[in-house]
Design a protein around this ligand. Structure first.
Ligand code: NAG
Ligand code: NAG
Ligand code: NAG
Ligand code: NAG
Ligand code: NAG
Ligand code: NAG
Ligand code: NAG
Ligand code: NAG
Ligand code: NAG
Ligand code: NAG
Ligand code: NAG
Ligand code: NAG
Length: 736
């Protein structure tokens, strides 16, 4: 219990002469006071409103037996009379916000963030507060529109990460003369950005409208926000150009407009905003060149202009942005000789992504002066030459993608890079054309997790030194000229869960040892790696055209691609051991024998392709138990008998079965001579709906994606360029 406040006993000059009496008096007062202190001390109206509030929201252990000013999350004014602060974030509160809240008329600070509050705000919630300054309702599930009126005393309003919708009526913001922070990001607001906001709230410092459905042009008018530091409108559907009056906002530190449909040139006026630390405008349709005077932004730390239509060369003045940490200009039409640009002053640069452009020439030597670099992506350009030993000067480099260029001398590249101790992701696909995959003399690569060497037309065999890459999780050796057998020792790689050897000249059988790959037989191993991530994203989600990018390796589905080789013999029964596999592609080989029914044990399978082989016998009817199967192909074999039905198997078209003269029954035209006992299996009920949904969603998403992103990333390569099917319904595209 707090001691009584000395304020309550103003010392008067008369009492000083009678110390004994004063002591006695204080004692009496204390005795009298104490019981009343343990009673409610705060204003009864406030206590009532709070108790009513708590009745509606279990989890609040407030007790009427003690002063409400002492309750958890409550703060009172100096007189311990009126409640001025209510801060109860992360309390697991559920349900609607009780309207009794509005009786706390002296409230100044309200934080209900990170709960599960839902429903619309109570009517008139904000009508009776006299001094409400801070409202944080973020990370709840609140819905409905913005309140019609908001208190004029408000300084901070955070409604972000809820489900609010509707348009922003300028009238509802009209009273907010004192507003400093407005964060309504991550909701479902629609309509246009209110242009008047800066004239009504000229003191704004933070304005975050990102992750909504705002549309229309960004209006002029933000020039009036002369104190604005953060201007965030990313991931909406905004059109038009950057408003020109933004150049008046010299206070701006973060200009964040990614994921919209903005177009036109990025005007030189941007370079007048010399306080900018972050200029993030990726995922738009900006054209023209990067402002020539961008070097005036000497405080710039983040420059993200990727996925636009920018052309021209890197402006030389950019060298003056010596504080840069992140430089991402990928997927544009920038060009010129990369080595003409001097990177050497970028001592803080940690991530550089210039992939998907038209840069020419050799790797710039000055890049290797950027000693803080952890990730470099220069893939899909027109670079050439060899990888020089200077790259070892980058002690923390972890991610290197040089795919789809014309680099040469893989032997030198590997002998240099293999001694790099921090490298985890190495993507060199589509280089080194027609060279020989080094078979010996490579040791190291001790931390490599992802290696991409597809599409290089490399000859040679699968090299034994791979066996020492014990951290390896994903490797792509597809589209080369590799011959010889698939070595059984691959199963000694403890973390390997994605192996792509398709489109080579491999021969021999399916090695039984491969069915023991630890990361494909047990899920445990995978989950350990769930947190693995790459410095730059290597996946893009098809659902969100606003370029949600993923860098978590765990999103990659466990896969084995052996298609288009000369493999023969039986598919081993032991294949049923690879229980965590999601994609199994053995198509276009010479596999013979029957389809082992143990495949039924691969319950996570989403894609099974056995087409173009010499398989015979019947299709095991137990395959209907593969509930996640969304792609299935056994065309062009010698299979016979009636096509099994049930669950997922009812969802495939005749293309999955064509080219097997002995097969009959739906979906093929050819009917079976006698209806066998499979007619006794009624169509499964409950499960089917869900499975169908996967089937319907799958192609749609894949298709949307095809239109939306493949166009953009067409030239941008890849671990291997293919649509993949990860866990669940979502599909991602690897694009590195
Ligand atoms: C809130 O105040 C109104 C009148 O101002 C009163 O009728 C109501 O009972 C109060 N509610 C609570 C929970 O105190
Ligand atoms: C009420 O619960 C909070 C945690 O939610 C705890 O910190 C606080 O001590 C509790 N108060 C009382 C009076 O039990
Ligand atoms: C509200 O509480 C959360 C969680 O403690 C905190 O992160 C947030 O900063 C608080 N909001 C304000 C405006 O202080
Ligand atoms: C809400 O936004 C404000 C300003 O952006 C910020 O200070 C506060 O921490 C945010 N709340 C949470 C829970 O992030
Ligand atoms: C707005 O709130 C979100 C949380 O919902 C937070 O992530 C974001 O940083 C805030 N914006 C600003 C500019 O503070
Ligand atoms: C957006 O809101 C959702 C749900 O409220 C939350 O899970 C997600 O983390 C938020 N996103 C951001 C970027 O804050
Ligand atoms: C807002 O969402 C609710 C459902 O949560 C819906 O009924 C309402 O029509 C929406 N309002 C607008 C303006 O979109
Ligand atoms: C940049 O600002 C200066 C001084 O404020 C002004 O004279 C100049 O016209 C501005 N430049 C651009 C391109 O707006
Ligand atoms: C850049 O694109 C613009 C059109 O967006 C065009 O006018 C200009 O000629 C292009 N410049 C170069 C160097 O290709
Ligand atoms: C870089 O800045 C210096 C001085 O601040 C200036 O003299 C030089 O011209 C600038 N370089 C470029 C390329 O703009
Ligand atoms: C860039 O680095 C050079 C030395 O390489 C130095 O002379 C120059 O002053 C630096 N420029 C800036 C703007 O720091
Ligand atoms: C599936 O696996 C179980 C053990 O996990 C085994 O008993 C069974 O024989 C397997 N089924 C087939 C068809 O191989």
């Amino acid at each position: 219990m707090l001691p009584p406040k000395p304020l309550l006993f103003p010392s008067s000059s008369t009492t000083q002469h009678y110390p004994g009496f004063v002591g006695f008096l204080i004692l009496i007062i204390l005795i009298l006071l104490f019981p009343t202190l343990t009673d409610a001390e705060c204003h009864p109206d406030d206590q009532d409103s709070l108790l009513a509030f708590a009745t509606n929201l279990p989890n609040l252990n407030w007790s009427a037996a003690i002063d409400c000013c002492s309750w958890d999350g409550i703060s009172c004014d100096d007189k311990r009379d009126r409640v001025i602060g209510l801060s109860i974030p992360e309390r697991g509160l559920r349900g609607a916000i009780p309207s009794s809240l509005q009786n706390l008329s002296s409230l100044s600070f309200l934080n209900l963030s990170y709960n599960f509050l839902s429903g619309p705000l109570p009517d008139g919630l904000f009508s009776s507060f006299n001094n409400l300054q801070t409202v944080d309702l973020s990370y709840n599930r609140l819905s409905g529109g913005l309140p019609d009126t908001l208190p004029s005393t408000l300084r901070l309003l955070n409604f972000s990460s809820n489900q609010f919708n509707g348009t922003i009526q300028p009238a509802s913001l009209q009273s907010l003369q004192s507003l400093i922070t407005l964060n309504i990001s991550n909701n479902s607001f629609t309509g246009s950005i209110p242009p008047s906001i800066c004239s009504t709230s000229p003191a704004l410092v933070i304005l975050d409208f990102s992750l909504n459905d705002f549309s229309g042009d960004i209006p002029q008018g933000f020039g009036a926000c002369s104190k604005l530091e953060v201007f965030s409108l990313g991931f909406n559907s905004l059109t038009g150009k950057i408003p020109t009056d933004i150049n008046g906002v010299l206070s701006l530190r973060q200009l964040l407009l990614p994921g919209n449909f903005l177009m036109g040139e990025i005007s030189e006026i941007i370079s007048n905003l010399t306080n900018l630390k972050s200029l993030v405008m990726f995922g738009n349709m900006f054209s023209g060149s990067i402002p020539r005077n961008i070097g005036k932004l000497s405080l710039l730390e983040k420059l993200e202009l990727h996925i636009n239509r920018l052309n021209g060369t890197l402006p030389l003045s950019l060298m003056n942005c010596t504080k840069l940490k992140l430089l991402n200009l990928g997927v544009n039409s920038l060009g010129g000789k990369l080595s003409d640009f001097d990177f050497s002053n970028f001592s803080h640069l940690t991530i550089v992504d210039l992939g998907g452009n038209n840069f020419m020439g050799v790797l710039p030597k000055t890049l290797f002066f950027c000693r803080s670099l952890t990730a470099i992506r220069l893939s899909a350009n027109k670079l050439e030459g060899e990888i020089s030993p200077d790259i070892l000067e980058l002690p923390t480099l972890s991610f290197l993608s040089l795919s789809s260029n014309s680099f040469t001398n893989i032997i030198q590249a590997f002998s240099i890079l293999s001694s790099h101790k921090k490298l985890t992701t190495l993507l060199l696909s589509k280089n080194f054309f027609n060279e020989i995959l080094p078979s010996a003399g490579i040791s190291g690569f001790q931390n490599i997790k992802i290696m991409g060497l597809g599409g290089c037309k490399l000859s040679g065999q699968i090299p034994i030194w791979l066996m020492s890459l014990t951290k390896l999780e994903a490797i792509d050796l597809s589209q080369n000229n590799i011959n010889g057998i698939i070595p059984g020792w691959l199963h000694t790689l403890p973390n390997l869960f994605y192996l792509d050897l398709s489109n080579n000249f491999l021969s021999g059988g399916f090695p039984i040892e491969l069915t023991r790959l630890p990361a494909l037989t047990s899920r445990q191993v995978l989950y350990q790696e769930e947190s693995s991530h790459t410095e730059l994203p290597i996946f893009v989600s098809p659902q969100n055209a606003s370029y949600m990018q993923y860098n978590q390796l765990a999103i990659l589905p466990p896969s084995l691609y052996l298609a288009s080789n000369n493999l023969n013999g039986d598919i081993p029964v032991e294949i049923g051991n690879m229980q965590s596999i999601h994609v199994l592609d053995l198509s276009k080989n010479n596999f013979s024998g029957t389809i082992p029914s143990s495949i039924t044990n691969l319950t996570n399978l989403e894609k099974l392709d056995l087409s173009h082989n010499l398989l015979s016998g019947e299709i095991p009817s137990s395959l209907k138990n593969l509930h996640f199967l969304s792609s299935f192909n056994v065309a062009d074999n010698n299979l016979r008998g009636s096509i099994p039905t049930g669950a997922q198997l009812d969802t495939f078209s005749n293309e999955s079965y064509d080219g097997n003269p002995g097969l009959c029954g739906p979906p093929l035209q050819k009917s079976c001579i006698k209806r066998t006992d499979h007619s006794s299996s009624p169509s499964p009920s409950g499960h089917k709906k869900g499975s169908d949904m996967i089937m319907i969603l799958g192609p749609i998403l894949g298709f949307c994606f095809g239109i939306g992103i493949i166009l953009t990333f067409q030239t941008y390569s890849i671990l291997s360029k293919r649509r993949i099917l990860p866990r669940g319904v979502h599909r991602y595209f690897i694009w590195t």
